[in-house]
Ligand binder design. Structure first.
Ligand SMILES: [Zn+2]
Length: 252
């Protein structure tokens, strides 16, 4: 899907479901990052993407670009490869975000920026989400999100973003924790509990939901399947654009 229809859905106030983790799912499927296993067994990576699509995620596969001085080169290469949206994720400071968004703007690709929040909902640099939102406003990223933090910290960050910004916001927390060199899986957030958390995200106005490290196709399937049960109003009404309330995504 090209980005145009996605942007239109955000404008209409609809909710989009992203996919979940790729890196930790690779580990869960008994591959490691060592010995070029990911390169030599690409079918595993393809199967993970397919499972997310089957789970009902919007067929939107934003290519993550990590914070590096070579943003321009990376984003330029992505644009040449046909990418039509850049998700600049796991960002820890406003300066990093600025550099990346400016690069995307120069190249002419729309972008979303996702920050890692701390337990107070601030960036790791100590800057607030409000400052981030204000500083980036003139650069015009289409959406601001929080990711790669535990659900409670991510919620704190989302709350700050919601207070600071009227445009689209989103959230995709991680579950489990990083225990170098690899991810430590925990069963603290099975899919049903993840959905419970996500109801709170909708209540805060999130329009873009997904999962970061540790999440699985089962978590995304649960978001698509169960998230709107308990939300008042028939599904058809929820999917009609209006000015209030969460809208169901097209998870078919
Ligand atoms: Zn993550």
């Amino acid at each position: 899907m090209s980005y145009g229809p996605i942007r239109e859905r955000l404008r209409r106030g609809e909710v989009l479901i992203l996919d979940g983790a790729i890196g930790t799912e690779i580990l869960r499927r008994d591959l490691t990052w060592a010995d070029h296993q990911v390169l030599s067994r690409p079918t595993v990576v393809r199967a993970i993407h397919e499972d997310y699509v089957k789970a009902g995620a919007d067929d939107l596969a934003p290519t993550p670009a990590q914070a590096r001085p070579e943003y321009r080169e990376t984003i330029g290469a992505l644009a040449k490869a046909g990418c039509d949206l850049v998700l600049i994720e796991t960002v820890n400071s406003i300066a990093e975000a600025q550099v990346a968004v400016e690069a995307a703007n120069e190249i002419g690709l729309p972008c979303w920026v996702s920050f890692v929040p701390d337990e107070h909902g601030n960036l790791f640099s100590g800057e607030s989400m409000a400052e981030a939102s204000r500083t980036l406003a003139s650069l015009g990223p289409d959406a601001l999100l929080v990711n790669c933090a535990p659900p409670e910290d991510a919620r704190a960050g989302l709350r700050e973003l919601a207070a600071a910004r009227s445009g689209p916001i989103g959230i995709y927390p991680h579950i489990g924790r990083f225990d170098p060199p690899e991810w430590r899986f925990t069963d603290e957030y099975p899919p049903a509990r993840y959905v419970e958390e996500a109801r709170g995200w909708l209540g805060l106005g999130a329009q873009i939901l997904g999962g970061c490290c540790g999440t699985t196709p089962a978590h995304i399937a649960a978001l698509c399947r169960d998230l709107w049960s308990g939300v008042p109003g028939p599904r058809s009404e929820l999917s009609t654009p209006s000015d209030s309330g969460p809208r169901t995504p097209d998870c078919s």
